[in-house]
Ligand binder design. Structure first.
Ligand code: PMP
Length: 361
C-alpha cells in the first residue's frame, strides 16, 4: 500500500501537537491536569468573542460569508489598512500552506531556521517543496547565515518573530537590514503569532514592511484572544499580492462562528490587557523560581519559556505528566535537553514549578 503514496508524503514526520488534557486523563486516570504545552491562553476565550459566537449558532444551516466581509473591514480599521490587504485562514497554519502553494515553484525552495515552528517544513514537504534550514545562533534566528543560503531559487524566507520554541526575537534594525539585502525574487513571511505579548521597544514595524510589499505578515486569534479551538488567523500583505492568495484558499475556509467571534474579540481590549498582564506577571514569577533553583532558561518575549532541564526532555515530560503537568518536550525541535512551558495562570505556574522541582530532584 505504501507504494501508492507520493514519496514526499511517505517521508514526512508528522507534526506532534501538545498532549490533550482529555487524553492524559484517559491514559493516566489523573483528576487534576494542567496543560502548558501549546502556548494557549490560560484565561479562556475572550468573553466578548464567546458571546458573539453564541449569537450566531442559530445560523449554522447557512454557509459562512466566503469573503469574510465584515471581519476584513474590522481588521482594516484596526490596523488602518485597506481590507484588501487581509487574507483570512483556518488558523495561521492554513495561511502557511496557502502562501507556499501560491508562490513556490517546483524548482524553488524555502529558507528558514532550525528549531523554529515545525509547520513551515512539514507543510512545504506536503507540497513537495524543499526547505533549507540554518542553525540558531544563541537561540536566535541567525539572519546573516540565512542570507548566505538565499539564492535566485529562494522564493520564501520564513521568520517566526518571536520564535517558537525559543521565545527570542529579531529586532527592527536586524530585520530591516536583512530584508533590504534580499533579492527582489524572495519574499519574507513574518509570522507574528505571539506579537501581543512582546515587552520590548525595538520590535519591528511589520505593517510598514507589509505596506512596502517586502513581506507577508501572519497573525492569529489563537493566542492573545484565546480562540485556538476556533481556528482563525490572517495574513497582511500588499494588495497586489493578496488576490493570488485568495485564489488558492478554499471558499469557506473560515467558519461562520470564527468570523463573528474574531470581530468581537478584536474589540475586547479588557481581555487583551488581562491576557498580556497574566503572561508578563507569570513570566516574572517563573524567572524568579527558575533562577532560585539554578535552572537555566532562554529569556522570552512570548507566552512560553524554553527551559534547560539538563536531561532527556522526553523523560522529563513523561515524569511531569504523572504529576498532572503537560509540557512540551523539544526532541522534535532537536533541543534534546529542553522543555517548553507555556506561561499559565498563577496556580498553574506554581504547580509547574513544584512538579519540576520534584522531577529534577
Ligand atoms: N506560527 C507559530 C510560530 C505558532 O507557534 C503557531 C501555533 N502553534 C502558529 C503559527 C499557528 O497558529 P494558528 O493557531 O493560528 O494556526
Amino acid at each position: 500500500m505504501k507504494g501508492l503514496v507520493r514519496k514526499n508524503i511517505r517521508n514526512i514526520t508528522p507534526y506532534k501537537a501538545g498532549k490533550p488534557i482529555e487524553e492524559t486523563r484517559r491514559e493516566l486516570g489523573l483528576k487534576e491536569i494542567i496543560k502548558l504545552a501549546s502556548n494557549e491562553n490560560p484565561l479562556g476565550p475572550s468573553p466578548k468573542a464567546l458571546e458573539a459566537a453564541r449569537k450566531v449558532l442559530g445560523g449554522l444551516n447557512r454557509y459562512p460569508d466566503s469573503q469574510s466581509f465584515y471581519l476584513k473591514q474590522r481588521l482594516g480599521k484596526h490596523y488602518r489598512i485597506a481590507p484588501s490587504m487581509v487574507v483570512l485562514g483556518n488558523g495561521s497554519d492554513e495561511l502557511i500552506d496557502i502562501i507556499i502553494k501560491t508562490f513556490v515553484e517546483d524548482n524553488e525552495h524555502i529558507v528558514t531556521s532550525r528549531a523554529t515552528f515545525l509547520e513551515y517544513e512539514i507543510i512545504a514537504n506536503v507540497n513537495g517543496r524543499r526547505v533549507v534550514t540554518v542553525p540558531l545562533k544563541d537561540f536566535k534566528y541567525d539572519l546573516d547565515a540565512i542570507r548566505k543560503k538565499v539564492t535566485a531559487r529562494t522564493k520564501l524566507v520564513f521568520i517566526a518573530n518571536p520564535n517558537n520554541p525559543t521565545g527570542t526575537y529579531v529586532n527592527k534594525a536586524q530585520l530591516e537590514a536583512f530584508i533590504t539585502s534580499l533579492p527582489k525574487t524572495a519574499l519574507v513571511v513574518l509570522d507574528e503569532a505571539y506579537d501581543s505579548f512582546i515587552d520590548v521597544k525595538d520590535f519591528p514595524d511589520s505593517l510598514a514592511l507589509a505596506k512596502k510589499g517586502n513581506c507577508i505578515v501572519l497573525k492569529t486569534f489563537s493566542k492573545a484572544f484565546g480562540l485556538a479551538g476556533l481556528r482563525i488567523g490572517y495574513a497582511i500583505a500588499d494588495a497586489k499580492l493578496t488576490p493570488y492568495l485568495e485564489k488558492v484558499r478554499q471558499p469557506f475556509n473560515v467558519n461562520l462562528i470564527a468570523q463573528a467571534a474574531a470581530q468581537a474579540g478584536l474589540d475586547d481590549k479588557h481581555f487583551l490587557r488581562r491576557s498580556r498582564a497574566a503572561v508578563l506577571e507569570g513570566k516574572r514569577y517563573l524567572y524568579r523560581q527558575l533562577d532560585s533553583l539554578g535552572i537555566r532558561y532562554v529569556p522570552s518575549v512570548a507566552n512560553f519559556i524554553l527551559v534547560d532541564v539538563r536531561a532527556n526532555s522526553v523523560e522529563i515530560f513523561k515524569k511531569m505528566l504523572t504529576l498532572g503537568v503537560i509540557v512540551r518536550d523539544m526532541q522534535q525541535y532537536g533541543l534534546i535537553n529542553f522543555i517548553r512551558v507555556t506561561i499559565g495562570t498563577a496556580p498553574e505556574n506554581r504547580k509547574f514549578i513544584a512538579a519540576l522541582k520534584k522531577v529534577l530532584a
